[in-house]
Design a protein around this ligand. Structure first.
Ligand SMILES: [Zn+2]
Ligand SMILES: [Zn+2]
Length: 182
């Protein structure tokens, strides 16, 4: 993956956030403040206060906006969708060093709410991905009953399943059975 650690982290956070949505074929796993708190802990989202129902509603809306960038039919559409998202986001770059992480750039404003934090940091990461002409790495799983998104980090951009152990393995087993029946 030709990207730095911060960008990889932001993209992985985006993937996890989008995949909590039922629009990706599974159950909704971001339905209450406990699940929102788990998400924040999982991705070590820093500098946010106590979470409330407004945070939950805003983050649930944001995941759909990110999903639309992942599922854009072409790059120009992805650019338009991301620009729309960025135009509504306050962005304040500043250097930070915390929790044992080396010096890195934060893009969210100092008083940002959770969704503003995620929109800024993930939005900028996606912007860099588009600038680097790597938009095609934003993918949706090819398994017929799974629409989870993922970032294809393979050198030759050949990954087709969200998870090789689950969907990839499942599809290989199905193909093997089909061959044996033939
Ligand atoms: Zn940080
Ligand atoms: Zn899948």
């Amino acid at each position: 993956m030709p990207f730095g650690h911060d960008m990889v982290h932001s993209l992985a956070t985006a993937v996890d956030l989008v995949n909590t949505s039922p629009s990706t074929g599974g159950e909704d796993t971001l339905t209450d403040l406990r699940e929102l708190g788990d998400f924040v802990a999982r991705w070590e989202v820093s500098g946010i206060g106590e979470l409330d129902a407004a945070d939950l509603a805003q983050v649930r809306a944001l995941r759909e906006a990110f999903h639309k960038v992942f599922t854009a039919p072409d790059q120009p559409t992805a650019v338009i969708r991301l620009n729309t998202l960025l135009s509504g986001t306050r962005i304040t770059p500043r250097l930070a060093e915390h929790d044992g992480h080396p010096l890195h750039v934060h893009y969210f404003a100092p008083d940002a709410s959770l969704h503003e934090h995620l929109a800024a940091d993930i939005g900028v990461a996606l912007a860099h991905l588009l600038v680097e002409d790597e938009w095609e790495r934003l993918r949706t799983c090819s398994a017929p009953d799974c629409d989870h998104v993922f970032v294809d980090e393979s050198r030759n951009r050949s990954r087709v399943y969200c998870d090789s152990r689950t969907c990839g393995n499942r599809m290989h087993v199905a193909a093997y059975r089909a061959r044996r029946r033939a």
